[in-house]
Design a protein around this ligand. Structure first.
Ligand code: SF4
Length: 104
């Protein structure tokens, strides 16, 4: 079983269905570490983001493919985009971006 359905990578494998129950794999230390990143390893803007408990730094496939780090901020996140591109045209729409509530 792989935590991310997009990537067949060893670091995302949490067990074999022929050897373990799904609940054992899903509740394994490895799965929980992937799904609940260590706050000490996080970078801004995720580190102080209100959406972090739900978002968990975004898409695993994006962060691994583009940032080579499972816990890097997802480059497709609007907050990450604004941090990297402060003069982006999206800045004009910044006043309309919700600061709480639902995320992607
Ligand atoms: S990827 Fe974006 S929305 Fe998700 S925790 Fe990081 S900054 Fe927040």
């Amino acid at each position: 079983m792989i935590v991310c359905e997009q990537l067949d990578l060893e670091e995302l494998k949490v067990g074999n269905i022929k050897e373990l129950k799904i609940t054992e794999m899903w509740g394994s230390d490895k799965a929980l570490k992937i799904l609940n990143p260590d706050p000490g390893k996080l970078k801004e803007p995720c580190k102080s983001c209100a959406y972090l408990p739900r978002c968990r730094t975004g898409c695993f496939s994006h962060t691994l493919l583009y940032e080579k780090n499972l816990f890097a901020p997802d480059p497709s996140c609007w907050k990450v985009h604004l941090e990297k591109n402060p003069l982006s045209p999206l800045d004009d729409a910044n006043d309309n971006v919700p600061t709480d509530g639902e995320c992607c």
